[in-house]
Design a protein around this ligand. Structure first.
Ligand code: PLP
Ligand code: COI
Length: 346
């Protein structure tokens, strides 16, 4: 077992033991290999460098209460990567290969799989990159698919605590009819500058509106948005939002609790009516927001509106209940009635 303080893990690019990879060339994937040097050979003309032909996934493996190891809903991530790869014109690792390479990555890095009882997991990061050296703007079926991992605790530094977000009036995440619903690296590149500015101002997250009319809530830079009003779980329906597997899971969990699930456009004005609101995703799990400010220009001081949900740092009862249920299933403390946990033979 690695010498790690499992309780204080954040979300970092940790150097573990191995990365598993396969190369697609001449119509087929090479047998999966592991590298302990973490080094690949790239042609400097490879598409990934010039045209950002790259996409990734994020999923977690858990050591459960009974000692077993599981991956949470890996088939969903495999399907989402296949959809994204199709968008980029990249060869698609099929679901069987995707899941097997994730399992191989866990087995090769077993000492980094956090023991049960620390609210920590092994975050798996499958990455697919266009490797063909070319200048033309055309897809080409040559790629590397690699699965790496990192032990992960809380994305924002503390579990189940509320943070703040800002709506940056002068930035969009995705173009209308653009690539927002695909998990391509380029979607994240455009968030780095506004994230830096927001963090410098003390905000934790960026909440993006729909870029066309800016009337509706889309999602956070790292995760989906949900709001709670009465007995309803409300989350945006938008073509530009990444279809989050955590959000899909929470919708089912909310329905299990007898809540009404509403997936529909969420007007900005409706933020005023939520009793709780938060971010959801693999990395952030459920992260409640205490308040969300709206700034016409992120770099300037003016806050045009402020939406308050819960006192700073605190967490509402519904977010707590949803968090406990989803993490309870992941850690094997609550019965997995939907069959979401994929058991891994170690
Ligand atoms: N939205 C964005 C932009 C993300 O990067 C993520 C993270 O994967 C999510 C939403 C949440 O998706 P998931 O729950 O599948 O991790
Ligand atoms: C994940 O939750 O898996 C992500 O990919 C989020 C990351 C971009 C911060």
């Amino acid at each position: 077992m690695a010498n790690i303080d499992w309780d204080s893990l954040g979300f970092d690019a940790y150097r573990t033991r191995t990365v598993v990879f396969s190369h697609y060339k001449d119509g087929k994937w090479s047998p999966a290999q592991s590298t302990e040097t973490f080094s690949f050979t790239f042609d400097p003309f490879a598409q990934v460098f010039h045209y950002a032909i790259s996409c990734f996934e994020g999923l977690k493996a858990f050591r459960q209460k009974d000692g077993g190891a599981v991956i949470f809903r890996p088939g969903e991530n495999a399907a989402r990567m296949a959809r994204t790869a199709g968008y980029l014109g990249l060869p698609v690792p099929d679901a069987d290969m995707f899941v097997k390479m994730c399992e191989e990555c866990i087995r090769g890095n077993l000492e980094f799989l956090p023991p049960y009882g620390h609210k920590a997991s092994l975050y798996l990061r499958p990455l697919l990159m266009g490797m063909h050296p070319q200048m033309q703007l055309v897809p080409y079926p040559e790629a590397v698919f690699a699965v790496m991992c990192a032990p992960a605790g809380s994305y924002y530094g503390e579990h189940l605590k509320s943070f703040s977000a800002v709506i940056p009036g002068n930035y969009d995440r995705a173009a209308p009819k653009g690539s927002g619903s695909y998990k391509i690296g380029a979607n994240y590149a455009s968030t780095f500058k506004p994230y830096k500015t927001a963090h410098d101002q003390g905000y934790t997250e960026l909440l993006y509106l729909n870029s066309g009319t800016r009337e509706f809530v889309d999602e956070f830079g790292s995760s989906n948005f949900f709001g709670i009003r009465g007995n309803s779980y409300i989350t945006p329906l938008s073509d530009s939002v990444l279809p989050s597997i955590t959000n899909k899971t929470l919708q089912e969990v909310a329905a299990d609790f007898g809540m009404t699930v509403e997936k529909r456009p969420v007007p900005v004005d409706e933020l005023d009516t939520f009793e709780e609101a938060g971010a959801c995703g693999t990395a952030v799990v459920i992260t409640p927001m205490s308040h969300i400010d709206m700034k016409p220009v992120l770099e300037e001081e003016t806050v045009s509106r402020s939406f308050r949900f819960v006192p700073d740092g605190t967490v509402g009862p519904v977010c707590t209940k949803l968090y406990n249920r989803i993490t309870g299933i992941q850690f094997g403390e609550v019965e997995d009635i939907h069959g979401w946990c994929h058991h891994v033979d170690l």
